[in-house]
Design a protein around this ligand. Structure first.
Ligand code: NCD
Ligand code: ZN
Length: 361
């Protein structure tokens, strides 16, 4: 039995840092365990220009503990204001304001937290997508259909399936060279699509810990586990587990760590988003251990993500140890706001025990 595992320090391909006191509380938690992270742009207001990304990056850097080499990798939000010229600026070499833009994120209007600035249909953004395809800027997809062609809201459990069947094939057809990442893949149909069509450096998918750990039956009554895309059935979870178990080079970690204050998470309707920065790495190790696939963990956490973004791997390492622990306390911001974590013993499905830990953390 393996009791410790040492891997290259990991790359989080999808994290939400927010702003202000929340940012100050959560950035050090990601920086403690991860080497780099792709930072989501759904702040208020959204990050839709290189200039605002420069300011946002400075705010993040100011929250990284001194001497910690953590690097935030910035993205832009695909809003109606985002122009092809801004894509060019984001890919300039040397980068404008020292801030390269690593990807553009698309949120379907109305589907999730701060998605009110997104397009109803991504295909409307054709000029920007054309420029991204031309220059090699990755597109990160929140791959859900939220409203159908008649303008009616679709069943949120069906949104990803509709996207995979209807929108994604058209997108791939119109922009065959566009680099695409299907973020937080959550369904059997999406896992099958990626397994068949995925290609390193071209069409990839990120996977969260919560979509690997829980099922719809368990998650639906628990505000802590409320997130988009919704956590789906046990069969979906098993298919996603089978996908990561294969160790494919186009599948990798994106925690989607998305902190919300306790007051927003536990009111009705609760905010969408699971906060996992302090526990995600350990929970991924737990799942890979359960799948007898610890030999695939390093590529999933630390190699495949940087490769998609054209970055080299990280030489620093991190060691995980197989040892049980439990979480009972929230993270508290300097304003006294409490944020509960994925893996919490009371607010999850009950008596959660984490099986791996990072001894030095
Ligand atoms: C995210 C958030 O809170 O910003 N929420 C979520 O449920 N995943 C937004 C997102 O990635 O959809
Ligand atoms: Zn997200």
């Amino acid at each position: 039995m393996t009791d410790t595992i040492t891997i290259k320090k990991s790359f989080d391909a999808h994290v939400h840092f927010r702003q202000g006191a929340m940012l100050k509380a959560v950035v050090p938690l990601t920086a403690a365990k991860w080497s780099r992270a792709i930072v989501m742009p759904n702040t208020e207001p959204p990050i839709e220009t290189v200039e605002t990304a420069v300011t946002y990056k400075k705010e993040i850097f100011a929250a990284v503990p001194k001497g910690n080499p953590f690097e935030p990798l910035m993205t832009l939000y695909l809003t109606k204001n985002l122009s092809p010229a801004e894509i060019e600026k984001g890919m300039a070499d040397p980068p404008a304001g020292g801030c390269k833009i690593h990807a553009v994120k698309s949120y379907p209007y109305g589907a999730t937290t701060n998605s009110q600035w997104g397009y109803r249909s991504i295909l409307e953004a054709k000029d920007v997508l054309k420029k991204m395809e031309e220059l090699g800027m990755p597109l990160l997809l929140h791959g859900e259909v939220h409203v159908n062609k008649s303008g009616e809201e679709v069943d949120p459990y069906e949104g990803e399936q509709l996207f995979i069947q209807d929108v994604l094939p058209r997108l791939l057809d119109k922009f065959p060279k566009l680099k695409i990442s299907l973020e937080h893949l959550s369904s059997k149909i999406a896992a099958e699509f990626i397994e068949r069509n995925g290609k390193a450096g071209q069409l990839v998918a990120t996977i969260t810990p919560h979509h690997l750990l829980y099922s719809r039956e368990e998650a639906a009554p628990k505000p802590l586990l409320r997130c988009k895309p919704l956590i789906k059935t046990r069969a979906d979870r098993e298919r996603i587990r089978a996908l990561v178990q294969r160790g494919l080079p186009f599948v990798f970690a994106g925690t989607d760590s998305a902190p919300h204050p306790e007051s927003k998470k536990f009111s009705s309707p609760g905010a969408y988003g699971v906060f996992s920065a302090p526990t995600a790495l350990e929970l991924y190790a737990q799942v890979f251990d359960e799948l007898a696939a610890l030999d695939k963990l390093e590529n999933f956490l630390s190699v495949n993500g940087p490769r998609f973004y054209g970055l080299t791997g990280c030489e620093e390492t991190i060691t995980l140890e197989k040892k049980d622990w439990q979480i009972e306390e929230p993270v508290v911001t300097e304003e006294g706001v409490r944020v509960w974590l994925l893996g919490d013993r009371q607010h999850g499905v009950g008596n959660e025990t984490l099986r791996w830990q990072i001894p030095s953390a």
